[in-house]
Design a protein around this ligand. Structure first.
Ligand code: FAD
Length: 419
């Protein structure tokens, strides 16, 4: 089977790797960016939940986790630095997009990825009628910005893995709408070995509940710290810029007085690489496949940042699609794709709903607290109970919260900030 994948991000590369594992050798990935452009944007760091870690390992690319820190707890403090809650975490990592993409790319042979291939349009044909069923619709051709094109005869299957603003998804779903979510995220990172050591394996979130702000801090690898501010744009407005020192200033102004860890991070962060993420808040694509094409990753189902499942879901898409195609050898492709889409729609639904639940809690639309990540418990078993790790930063607070001796505990008063 000849398979052409549009988009060489996490989903597209993982798809190519998984397909090759199942013996589909004629797979090519067509990516718009050049290697230099990709190299210039390694990303600050993203959280990979347990299902994502398992999927990465199944793809043979788990080696990129070496040197990254496994997170063992999430600590939530208020704006005065008083600990409100501690969740155990297990098998969750923070990795850069560059490391993930590099590891997946390394699993593919030379020539499997073509760079500089910006897909400009996808044309469909259908057997007739105003609303033909998906199995009667087919991709007829794909045009690229460089003037080249692919016709239906050039491949048996096209995979749209071109991200949240997918040209492919828009072609399959002419009324596709992907509005921005009401919470945006400003992401930064700093080289700060002392704060990194201080955080250790802790994912620290500072909740400024009255102002609908949350600031996450974690250390993906020794010496580095990643920080991100989540803020409600309906309340705080849309920033006038999206990158660089200007957006870092927006974060500093919004936050005002903060616990010392956040203040120190903001002081030391590399402002030139600060970045604004405007996520989409949308349902999965209503029509994720036609007879000879299918969407995977963000192209199929954008997820809110709160779920921390964008990468995990993209990797799982790749594995499940490859398995479905291997199982369905000799059967009509349209039926195999339809079954795959149905399965993934079910699997991803809790991430969509979970992301929205967490967002509602942050912006004050829903009562109570919601941890800012969604476990894929159904597929990977319940989260194991984890004994609190030996972490001098929060050990006292953990013990106090566990026994109810002192809650909330002011960790800022218990440990001194590194100078
Ligand atoms: C700042 C930030 C932080 C994030 N943090 C997390 C996190 O902590 N945890 C998590 O799980 N997820 C996180 N995500 C989401 C995660 O990055 C995505 O869900 C995941 O990368 C989806 O993979 P994908 O391959 O579908 O899309 P992408 O990774 O976006 O890849 C799409 C690829 O398609 C290419 N492309 C796009 N258009 C075209 C075209 N027309 N023609 C050819 N190629 C094209 C792009 O260049 C890109 O390489 C974060 C995202 C951002 C922006």
């Amino acid at each position: 089977m000849r398979i052409r994948i549009l988009g060489g991000g996490v989903a597209g590369l993982a798809g190519a790797v998984a397909l090759r594992h199942h013996g589909f050798d004629d797979v090519r990935v067509l990516e718009r960016d050049t290697p230099a452009e990709l190299h210039a944007r390694p990303g600050h760091g993203m959280i990979l939940m347990r299902n994502g870690v398992a999927a990465l390992r199944a793809l043979g690319a788990g080696g990129c986790l070496v040197g990254h820190r496994a997170l063992t707890r999430a600590v939530f403090q208020d704006e005065r630095g008083a600990v409100q809650r501690i969740d155990p975490l297990d098998g969750i990592y923070c990795v850069t997009r560059g490391a993930l993409v590099g590891a997946l790319r390394a699993e593919l042979p030379d020539g499997a990825v073509e760079h500089g291939r910006l897909c400009a349009n996808v044309l469909l044909e259908s057997a007739g009628g105003p609303h033909p069923p998906d199995e009667d619709r087919r991709v007829r051709s794909i045009g690229f910005a460089d003037g080249s094109s692919l016709d239906a005869a050039d491949a048996d299957l096209f995979v749209g893995a071109d991200g949240v603003r997918s040209t492919f998804a828009a072609a399959l779903n002419p009324d596709l709408a992907r509005p921005h979510s009401r919470v945006f995220e400003i992401v930064m990172s700093a080289r700060d070995p002392e704060l990194a050591a201080h955080l250790g394996a802790t994912f620290l979130t500072t909740l400024l509940a009255q102002r609908c702000l949350a600031f996450g801090l974690l250390s993906p690898s020794p010496g580095r710290v990643v920080g991100f501010l989540q803020f409600d744009v309906q309340r705080h407005g849309v920033p006038p810029c999206a990158a660089g020192p200007g957006i870092a200033d927006v974060a500093v102004d919004l936050l005002g007085d903060v616990p010392w860890q956040v203040a120190r991070f903001l002081r030391l962060a590399d402002r030139s690489t600060a970045h604004l993420w405007r996520p989409a808040d949308a349902e999965p694509a209503a029509r994720p496949c036609v007879a000879n094409a299918v969407l995977i990753g963000d192209a199929a189902h954008p997820l809110l940042p709160f779920s921390r499942q964008g990468v995990g879901a993209a990797l799982d898409d790749a594995l499940v699609l490859a398995e479905a195609l291997a199982r369905g050898r000799g059967e009509p492709l349209a039926g195999t794709l339809a079954r795959y889409c149905e399965e993934r729609r079910r699997d991803v639904a809790p991430f969509v709903a979970g992301g929205r639940r967490i967002q509602a809690s942050l912006v004050g639309q829903a009562p109570g607290f919601a941890s800012p990540y969604v476990h894929a418990a159904a597929a990977h078993g319940p989260e194991p109970a984890v004994a609190p790790a030996e972490d001098p930063l929060f050990a006292d607070a953990a013990a106090d919260l566990a026994t109810g001796a002192a809650a909330p505990t002011n960790i800022a008063g218990r440990c001194s900030a590194p100078r």
